[in-house]
Write a protein that binds this ligand. Structure first.
Ligand SMILES: [Zn+2]
Length: 206
C-alpha cells in the first residue's frame, strides 16, 4: 500500500520559530557589528550585544502580548452614551519588517459602541501590542481595526496611522518630513461618507 504523503504543514506566521537563547542572540549582534565594519571587542562595544538583546525584549514585547486580553474588559454603564468614541494622537514606535529600522508616529482610533465601551487607555495599549513587532504600517492598521471588531463588536470603527519611516529618511531616497498615512474603516464608517468626514475632521485631516 502506498503511504499517504503528508502535506507539509505551513508555519503560521504568528508563531515564532524556536527562540534562540540569549547567548545566541548576543552572538548574532556581535556578528552584525563586525559586518558593519567595527570591532565588537573594543571597549565601547563590549557590552553592546547584551544591551541590544535587552532592548529587543522591550522593543518587541508585542509578540508576548494578546490584543484580546487587552480589550477583554468593557464597561456597559455609560449613561446611554452611544456616539463616537475617539482617541487621537496615540504615539507609537514600531520597526519596519523590511529593514528593522524604526517607523514612528501617531495612531487615531474611533469606534461607535454597540454593547459597552473599553477603557480609553486600553486603546493605547492595543496600539503597543502591534507596534512592538516587526511591522508594515498597512498590516498594523488592519490588525488594530480587526482586534477592535473582534473584541468590541462596534457598529463601526476607524483607524488612521501617520508615521515617518526611518528607512525612507535615513537611507535610499532620503525623503525628509514625509509622512505615510494609512487608514481603514469598517461598519458604519465604511458605509457612510459623512461618518468618515466627521472622523477626518476630528483627527485634523483635510
Ligand atoms: Zn523599511
Amino acid at each position: 500500500m502506498d503511504a499517504q504523503v503528508k502535506p507539509l504543514k505551513p508555519v503560521p506566521s504568528d508563531i515564532p520559530v524556536t527562540r534562540p537563547s540569549r547567548e545566541e542572540a548576543e552572538a548574532a549582534v556581535r556578528t552584525l557589528i563586525a559586518w558593519a565594519g567595527d570591532n565588537p571587542n573594543r571597549e565601547g562595544l563590549l557590552e553592546t550585544p547584551a544591551r541590544v538583546a535587552k532592548a529587543y525584549g522591550e522593543l518587541f514585547a508585542g509578540y508576548d502580548q494578546d490584543a484580546g486580553e487587552v480589550l477583554s474588559k468593557t464597561f456597559k454603564e455609560v449613561g446611554g452614551y452611544d456616539d463616537l468614541v475617539l482617541v487621537k494622537g496615540i504615539p507609537f514606535y514600531a520597526h519596519c519588517e523590511h529593514h528593522m529600522v524604526p517607523f514612528y508616529g501617531q495612531a487615531h482610533i474611533a469606534y461607535l459602541p454597540h454593547d459597552g465601551v473599553v477603557g480609553l487607555s486600553k486603546l493605547a495599549r492595543l496600539v503597543e501590542v502591534f507596534a512592538r513587532r516587526l511591522q508594515t504600517q498597512e498590516t498594523m492598521t488592519a490588525q488594530i481595526i480587526d482586534a477592535i471588531n473582534e473584541n468590541l463588536g462596534p457598529r463601526g470603527a476607524a483607524v488612521l496611522l501617520e508615521a515617518e519611516h526611518m528607512c525612507m529618511t535615513m537611507r535610499g531616497v532620503k525623503a525628509h518630513d514625509v509622512k505615510t498615512v494609512t487608514h481603514r474603516f469598517t461598519g458604519v464608517f465604511a458605509e457612510d461618507r459623512q461618518e468618515q468626514d466627521r472622523f477626518f475632521a476630528m483627527v485634523g485631516h483635510r
